[in-house]
Write a protein that binds this ligand. Structure first.
Ligand SMILES: Nc1ncnc2c1ncn2[C@@H]1O[C@H](COP(=O)(O)OP(=O)(O)OP(=O)(O)O)[C@@H](O)[C@H]1O
Ligand SMILES: [Mg+2]
Length: 222
């Protein structure tokens, strides 16, 4: 794909609070090319998570257009909106949250297998992905039998194993100590560079943000 993996045009979102509309994002236009990373920073409440939720269709914009992997979503259009987003999330968008979103009843390798299966891939290389992320030895353990850093590495293995066009990461190292956070971030950037996918990373961590190609500061945008 030669154009941007992700593009937004005139994206706006607000919430109604106490009978008044609280604007969170106003007329946001951006583009992220394959292999590029965009850091989204800004004080708490500035709209980082809201933006990421819009970019994977978990929330709906009030205005604007979002295009991911060639598929466009206009805030004013209704036809198949939720279904099209769900399909895109399953196949093309890897999402990483602050706390690893692993299924507790499945081992790490089964979690990765589930994700590749949902993405419609034949799989078979789930253990290799865990190995590459440094948790090969923990593949048969359950999420409650590994550390937070190991769980987050497994969450990254899930995301990379599905070969996404776009990764959305919301404070992916936010619950880890500095050393572990640095290691996990290293994995994230390495794998992203190898994979060639686009990355949008919401973070309070200026050091982490500084490693991205572009910076979007949402403080004071509304
Ligand atoms: N579902 C909702 N209903 C009403 N207001 C909301 C809702 N979700 C978010 N908000 C408000 O929108 C603003 C942006 O919230 P958001 O979670 O996007 O901030 P953030 O930048 O991710 O903050 P943090 O750094 O604390 O994670 C906040 O003022 C929040 O209270
Ligand atoms: Mg947030």
């Amino acid at each position: 794909m030669s154009g941007p993996v992700l593009a937004t045009e005139g994206l706006s979102k607000g919430f109604i609070s106490g009978g008044q509309r609280l604007p969170v994002l106003s007329g946001l236009t951006l583009g992220v090319l394959p292999g590029e990373s965009l850091a989204v920073v800004g004080r708490s409440g500035s709209g980082k998570s809201t933006l990421l939720n819009l970019l994977c269709g978990l929330q709906r914009a009030d205005e604007g257009v979002i295009t991911v992997a060639g598929e466009s979503f206009d805030s004013s259009g209704n036809r198949g909106f939720a279904t099209r987003w769900a399909e895109l999330r399953r196949r093309s968008i890897g999402v990483v949250f602050q706390d690893a979103n692993l299924m507790p009843a499945l081992s790490l390798v089964e979690n990765v297998r589930l994700r590749t299966h949902l993405a419609g891939l034949t799989g078979g290389d789930e253990r290799d992905w865990l190995e590459r992320l440094g948790v090969g030895a923990e593949a048969d353990r359950y999420p409650d039998q590994v550390s937070g850093g190991q769980a987050q590495r497994a969450a990254l293995a899930m995301v990379f194993a599905m070969s996404p066009a776009l990764i959305l990461a919301d404070e992916p190292t936010g619950s880890l100590d500095r050393h572990t956070a640095d290691e996990v971030a290293e994995c994230l950037f390495d794998m992203q560079a190898n994979n060639g996918c686009a990355l949008v990373l919401a973070t309070h961590d200026r050091e982490l943000a500084g490693r991205c190609d572009h910076l979007l500061d949402l403080s004071g945008t509304h």
